[in-house]
Design a protein. Structure first.
Length: 533
């Protein structure tokens, strides 16, 4: 691609033209024209057009078979071969040694994968045997994800572009065909896109549609697609290259809707992220924390405080799931950068006070680092929990088990007084024993909003149950307590049941344990129907 663009830039500079092609199709249309024009006369023009049409048909049929090379004796004519080599469409190619004779065979291959795609698309337009109604199968945008690799995956873009460039001088010099047939094919494309269920397209297919629409440069199609997009656009896990971001930006800016973008794990670059969130109709966005922080630091360095403020207001963090130590580090950096940004944003925008909304509005935080880094990561997380005043749900229950143990429980209990909005605390499967349960119990009454506490599948015994039982009456907001699959016996179960009588606010106590005799648990259930297994 760089080679083609450099060639065009040199040519444009030589001719004095200041306008560069704006689409992929016009780049290659101009490239092909510039390759042919210097060597073309009125006498050879028709012959070159016929050779190009033959070469285009060859490009398509080879591409359908996932091939780009063929032996010399299979070429349609000597004239086509000379034409292709002279204009740089072909390169000589040596085939692997024949297994029987051991002789090396020679042929030709298309000089570039993209050139073959361009010529293949040109064939679909020029070929009279390809009717307009059958064209849509080459422009399909099914809702399912595309295959990892398609030999002709650029053909739809070139096809869409060429169908809307029939009046372009560069296109006219490549073909002497009647434009009526091409016009019919253009109308077929329009009808097909009109019938598309755009809301049902997966992100990969939606991007491909954007690329095709961009190649047409049709204001009508841009507007048609933009108006039918969902307000919530997710590109989670989809790699967004700079060209992808450019066409996405081109579509979004033509819509009057407000959009919410999910750009996490998309490998989007800083400039692309800056361009998208700079759109006034992008109301909110999610992106990898590390990418977002890099953007903010860049905006701070360039003193673009207006966009810095706008991007912090649009950034969404909730809910956040930490799966690696880097996630925890990035979250810590987010809290730290808020303090650094406050002064510069206040001064630039005249705000009396400022805070990053994503920090203020984080309501659910999941922690799933696993047993190897669980305790280390959690201790670091605890240091910044107080920075999230709206945190309602803290979930430490992971399939891989975090194993924060008693040390983690103790550390968490020390910051309970700062978690004023916490309603759900899930400490299941974390290897907490009576020691950790005692530390938790001492501080639990300071969680004034706590409604659900889960300690499922830990190693809590009767002593831990006793400490929990003591504080239940003081936990006026608590509605559900889960202590099943621990090591509580009938003694601990009885203590919890006795405490439950003093707690009319509690609606459910789940405490089935293999160490509680069945008859005992059944008896306790009869005493209080709020006890369940």
């Amino acid at each position: 691609m760089c080679r083609f663009v450099c060639f065009l830039c040199e040519t444009v500079l030589e001719t004095g033209d200041k306008n560069l092609p704006s689409t992929l199709t016009t780049v290659f249309l101009k490239f092909v024209q510039q390759k042919m024009m210097p060597m073309q006369t009125d006498v050879t023009a028709l012959q070159n057009q016929e050779s190009l049409a033959t070469l285009a048909r060859l490009a398509w049929h080879l591409g359908e078979k996932h091939q780009s090379a063929l032996k010399s004796d299979l070429l349609p004519s000597k004239e086509v071969k000379e034409f292709a080599l002279k204009h740089g469409f072909f390169l000589p190619f040596a085939f692997p040694n024949h297994s029987d004779t051991g002789e090396e065979e020679f042929g030709n291959t298309f000089s570039d994968f993209v050139i073959q795609n361009f010529l293949g698309a040109l064939h679909l337009i020029l070929a009279e045997e390809i009717k307009d109604k059958s064209l849509t199968k080459y422009l399909s945008f099914p809702s399912k994800k595309k295959k990892p690799y398609n030999w002709l995956d650029l053909v739809p873009r070139f096809l869409a572009g060429l169908l809307f460039l029939q009046d372009d001088p560069c296109y006219c010099c490549l073909s002497n065909k009647d434009v009526k047939q091409s016009t019919k094919k253009q109308k077929t494309l329009l009808k097909y896109i009109k019938r598309l269920q755009i809301n049902e397209l997966c992100p990969e297919r939606l991007l491909e549609l954007f690329h095709c629409i961009y190649e047409t440069q049709s204001s009508y199609l841009f507007q048609h697609v933009a108006l039918r997009l969902k307000p919530d656009l997710s590109f989670l896990g989809v790699v967004l290259t700079p060209p992808d971001v450019h066409v996405l930006h081109s579509v979004l800016k033509r819509s009057r809707k407000e959009f919410s973008l999910d750009l996490r794990n998309s490998s989007i670059d800083i400039q692309g992220l800056k361009d998208l969130i700079g759109l006034t109709n992008v109301a909110s966005f999610r992106a990898s924390l590390s990418d977002t922080l890099r953007l903010w630091k860049s905006l701070e360095q360039t003193k673009d405080y207006e966009l810095l403020k706008a991007s912090t207001e649009k950034f969404v963090l909730d809910p956040f799931k930490a799966k690696t130590m880097k996630d925890i580090s990035d979250l810590s950096d987010l809290v730290e950068i808020q303090d650094k940004m406050i002064n510069c944003v206040q001064d630039a925008c005249g705000c009396s006070s400022y805070e990053i909304p994503a920090i203020k509005n984080l309501r659910k935080l999941e922690f799933a680092l696993g047993p190897v880094c669980g305790l280390q990561g959690f201790l670091k997380l605890v240091e910044i929990l107080a920075a999230f005043p709206s945190l309602q749900h803290l979930d430490l229950d992971a399939l891989s088990e975090n194993g924060i143990g008693d040390e983690g429980a103790k550390s968490l209990s020390e910051v309970f007084p700062t978690l004023k909005s916490l309603e759900t605390l899930n400490l299941s499967q974390n290897k907490i024993t009576d020691v950790g349960a005692e530390k938790l119990a001492t501080a639990l009454p300071s969680l004034l909003s706590l409604k659900t506490l889960s300690l499922y599948n830990n190693s809590i015994c009767d002593f831990g149950a006793e400490n929990l039982a003591k504080v239940l009456p003081a936990m006026a907001s608590l509605r559900v307590l889960e202590v099943q699959y621990n090591k509580i016996t009938g003694v601990g179960a009885q203590q919890l049941t006795d405490s439950l009588r003093k707690c009319p606010h509690i609606k459910n106590l789940v405490m089935w344990n293999p160490t509680i005799p069945y008859g005992v648990l059944e008896h306790l259930q009869q005493l209080d129907s709020r006890i369940s297994v």
